[in-house]
Ligand binder design. Structure first.
Ligand code: NAD
Length: 479
């Protein structure tokens, strides 16, 4: 782990295994298993580094991030291979683009040092009042495993340019590429400005969220974990940003039932990442008039998907991250297959023999004639499972789309601009895309409505609102 500028083991010497999902039981690394003592050491290192780091001019802090971006560019292949190995995400379609994206994120925030501006407030001729954007201090950043270095970068880069120091906790499923990213950062940051500690949610995440020297928590993960963190933060009134789960709708109007929409729906569902995306458009509402034909074309396209070894450049899709997630996804698929009235359009329970049975592979699965009330339509599966629901009335389609406690993303497919925008505005989601299903682009404020989150990150506004606090200074100028 990386604490106070040193590479260390956990205080009690414990470790845990990191397995590659490409092959059951194949351990690829042993990583320190931290506890509360390690958390304390890391937070103290970050607190000690804070006064000097906040005093570095913001543009100079930004220049450090720009140098990190250049080094990430030079290490894209190493990062991509590590990511593919530990997460199971296919190298060509997922892991390499993620590594490249990390450089973009550091470059974007590296240019924002000059934006940490304040205002002057006209309180009268005899008073001079101005605001400052000040860093919080130690930021606890807790990240999941699905795109580990991308989400780590979304937190490290804005926190650091704003003058905070960071203790980052990666998921126990995917700590390796995050540690490599820390190695890249090490060359450009003073000791203690960035710290990365590894371990489980209970043994590291909880003491980190509770630590009295942590001044801000930025969390990405499951909604239930987010609630637990919010409760811990309430005790100390610590500001929290939460990027949580989703069960995002896609609404398909009949005029857009084209081949390009088939590709767009597949991209929005993040099939190439085994559906392991918070923004996966996993509920597809298709107009009745085009329902059967569209699902046939969708299935035909998904049948061409090559599933297999994430390190093989030919594969479109890799493996589910862990045995635990694999079991969870499988149980949802079995639930869908058992559901009376549902039709399996493609996929189904994972293969039990042949090469795919050697790892945690699940093929793209689509269930048709699903009802919005069913468990497979309500709960976040976080696997390659799409449910398709027919509709014939626009108001009803929007009602069903909004009938969820989540509100992260949504997708509208229509070539009628009035209808598309009317629908986009009616959907309760933090990010609606029309006629595309791409991933987040840095610079776009991103976050969830309802139980999908609190706050916005990934943007100038996200950096200002999420990683600084405003101070007013008011001066008496009476002669
Ligand atoms: P998770 O909540 O289990 O874990 C996320 C992180 O929190 C991990 O580092 C974990 O070790 C830590 N953690 C777990 N329990 C904790 C506790 N009690 N206290 C403190 N920390 C704890 O989530 P996951 O399974 O790693 O990731 C999948 C989830 O993340 C999905 O729900 C997905 O939608 C969500 N996600 C959201 C976004 C977003 O931007 N909104 C992005 C990616 C993933």
């Amino acid at each position: 782990m990386f604490v106070g500028g040193e590479w260390i083991d956990s205080a009690d010497g414990r470790t845990f295994e990191v397995e590659t999902p490409a092959k059951r039981g194949k351990v690829v690394a042993h990583v320190p298993r931290s506890g509360a003592a390690d958390v304390d050491r890391a937070v103290r290192a970050a607190a000690a580094a804070f006064p000097a780091w906040r005093a570095v001019p913001a543009r100079e802090r930004g220049r450090a991030l720009l140098r990190i971006a250049d080094d990430v560019d030079a290490k894209v292949e190493e990062l991509a291979r590590t990511l593919a190995t530990e997460t199971g995400n296919a190298i060509r379609t997922q892991a390499r683009p993620e590594a490249k994206n990390v450089a973009d994120v550091f470059r974007y925030f590296g240019g924002l040092g000059g934006e940490l501006k304040g205002e002057t407030i006209p309180l009268g001729e005899n008073m001079f009042s101005y605001t400052r954007r000040e860093p919080f201090g130690v930021v606890a950043a807790i990240v999941p495993w699905n795109v580990p270095i991308q989400i780590a970068a979304w937190k490290i880069a804005p926190a650091l340019v704003a003058g905070n120091t960071v203790v980052l906790k990666p998921s126990a499923n995917a700590p390796l590429a995050v540690l490599e990213l820390a190695r890249i950062c090490e060359a450009h940051l003073p000791k203690g400005v960035l710290n990365v500690i590894t371990g489980t949610g209970e043994e590291v995440g909880t003491p980190l969220a509770e630590h009295p020297l942590v001044a801000k928590i930025s969390f990405t993960g499951n909604t239930e974990t987010g609630k637990a963190i919010l409760r811990l933060a309430a005790d100390r009134i610590v500001p929290v940003t939460l990027e949580l789960g989703g069960k995002s709708p896609q609404i398909l109007f009949p005029d857009a039932a084209s081949d390009s929409t088939v590709d767009g729906v597949i991209a929005a569902m993040r099939f190439a990442r085994q559906g392991q995306s918070c923004t996966a458009g996993s509920r597809l509402f298709v107009h009745k008039s085009v329902y059967d034909g569209f699902l046939d074309r969708l299935a035909a396209k998904l049948a061409t998907f090559k599933v297999g070894d994430p390190l093989d450049e030919r594969n479109d899709m890799g493996a589910i991250v862990s045995a635990q997630q694999f079991e969870k996804v499988t149980s949802y698929i079995e639930d869908g297959a058992r559901q009376g009235g549902a039709r399996t359009v493609i996929g189904g329970p994972p293969p039990t023999d042949g090469p795919l049975a050697e790892g945690y592979y699940v093929e793209p699965t689509v269930f048709a004639n699903v009802q919005n009330e069913w468990r497979i339509a309500r709960e976040e599966i976080f696997g390659p499972v799409l449910v398709a629901i027919p509709w014939d009335d626009e108001t009803e389609a929007i009602r069903m789309a909004n009938d969820t406690h989540y509100g992260l993303a949504a997708y509208v497919w229509s070539n009628d601009i009035t209808r598309a925008l009317r629908t986009a505005h009616a959907l309760n989601a933090g990010w609606v895309q029309v006629n595309q299903g791409i991933g987040q682009v840095v610079g776009q404020p991103y976050g969830g409505f309802k139980e999908s989150g609190l706050g916005r990150e990934n943007s100038l506004e996200g950096m200002l609102d999420g990683f600084t606090q405003r101070k007013s200074v008011t001066i008496n100028l009476t002669p």
